[in-house]
Design a protein around this ligand. Structure first.
Ligand code: APR
Ligand code: PHB
Length: 389
């Protein structure tokens, strides 16, 4: 088999890149380890920055998002049992769109299938070869048979556990990591959201987040110790704990119901450099992970895709390799900004096991500053709604 760009991984990063390249007349094959339904079972954050929304529209996959997504012009931060709102529109004239990552992925799969572009599901034994040479290729097993895919470039969009990053020699790859000493227990329930906009809460009992998917689908999270399992948390125990962490008025008005999904995710910050090695590009979660505080994961994948799409389309249109040479640098500059913001928000809102009263007063002082300072709110809004690509 031969293609122009071999894409490893059919998550949002691989699919979005594949769609943009397909629209530009560049041939791609996506190799995905799992089935489509398996990929679509993953529940992830649901807040899209303006740049992500624009890129999805540019790729021609924005119609359903524009129809059923919700524009949010602000967010609530809660501490010491009261909350305040940061008005994005007033601060910087921008907003975010609430539309689940699962829906984004579904739209991307549907559009790719309609376009007739090739996606192979259930591939295994994926190996990358000769990425530092002129003619790289990928070998893999599909339907019990070995295959070889020759290509010009390889896009490694295969998530944190993928093989692409590991194909960069150890003496070149630098990895930065921070593991946080807690996880998020998330619950999805068919109940109306507790609030018109998201509430991020710093409480004495730990962090809580009230989020949503639509008028009758809510998504909530609470910070839990890493040793907890889903079995430790009955629905009743979850709602009880969530209520204690949200502002009283919200907690009293909140409607609860059976959970339709419940999972625990650990929190980490991770960045690997460089994001290009020869003819291999690393993109999305394969290159970096952020804690979910701030919902930057999918948005960072989208900005990587933006830079990579620009680089590849310039190469195929004008034989211009300048943007290919600078992809890693440009993508990483924005990655570090989002990593910093997610880290700041995580530190501001969670209870850390070793936290002293001094640390706690600092958190409260920073939140009080954010509540009263227009300049601080502007900086928050600028980061939350997404720095420009
Ligand atoms: N071969 C082929 N496919 C693979 C392999 C492999 N060896 N390893 C992993 N994959 C696939 C996974 O099955 C998955 O579908 O790569 C895909 C990677 O998708 P994601 O993990 O969703 O990563 P990405 O597309 O970069 O999306 C980033 O999704 O993970 C969230 O929080 C993250 O919101 C962010 C966004
Ligand atoms: C979500 O809706 O799942 C969500 C929203 C905001 C976050 C994280 C997750 O920061």
């Amino acid at each position: 088999m031969r293609t122009q760009v071999a894409i490893i991984g059919g998550g949002p990063a691989g699919l979005l890149l594949g769609q943009l390249l397909h629209n530009a007349g560049i041939d791609t094959v996506i190799l995905e380890k799992h089935s489509r339904s398996h990929v679509l079972r993953r529940i992830r954050a649901g807040v899209l920055e303006q740049g992500t929304v624009d890129l999805l529209r540019e790729a021609g996959v924005g119609a359903r998002m524009d129809r059923v997504g919700f524009t949010h012009n602000g967010v609530y931060l809660a501490f010491k049992n009261s909350s305040f709102r940061i008005d994005f529109k007033e601060a910087i004239g921008r907003s975010v769109t609430v539309y689940g990552q699962t829906e984004v992925t579904r739209d991307l799969y549907d559009t790719r299938a309609a376009a007739g572009a090739q996606t192979l599901h259930g591939v295994s034994d994926v190996e990358l070869h000769d990425v530092e040479r002129e003619a790289p290729y990928v070998t893999f097993t599909h339907d019990g048979q070995g295959h070889r895919l020759d290509c010009d470039y390889i896009a490694g969009c295969d998530g944190f556990h993928g093989v692409s990053r590991k194909s960069i020699p150890a003496n070149i790859l630098i990895e930065y990591e921070k593991i946080y000493p807690f996880g998020w227990l998330g619950v999805l329930s068919e109940t109306p959201p507790a609030s018109d906009e998201l509430i991020y809460a710093n409480s004495d009992r730990g962090f809580a987040l009230a989020s949503m998917r639509n008028a009758n689908l809510s998504r909530y999270y609470i910070q839990v110790p890493l040793s907890d399992t889903v079995e430790d948390w009955s629905d009743a125990a979850f709602w009880d704990e969530l209520r204690r962490r949200l502002p009283v008025a919200t907690a009293e008005a909140m409607q609860t119901g059976p959970s339709i999904e419940k999972s625990i995710a650990p929190l980490r910050s991770f960045i690997s450099e460089p994001m290009r090695y020869g003819r291999l590009f690393i993109c999305g979660d394969a290159a970096h992970i952020v804690p979910p505080t701030g919902a930057k994961g999918l948005n960072l994948a989208a900005s990587d895709v933006h830079y990579l799409y620009q680089a590849l389309s310039r190469f195929y249109r004008h034989q211009d390799v300048a943007a290919i040479a600078t992809y890693s640098h440009r993508a990483l500059r924005r990655v570090w900004h989002s990593v910093r913001f997610s880290w700041t928000m995580t530190n501001l809102l969670h209870r850390f096991p070793e936290q002293t009263m001094f640390d706690q007063r600092l958190q409260e002082s920073e939140l009080a500053f954010l509540k009263s300072s227009k300049a601080a709110q502007t900086a928050f809004a600028e980061n939350y709604t997404g720095l420009p690509f």
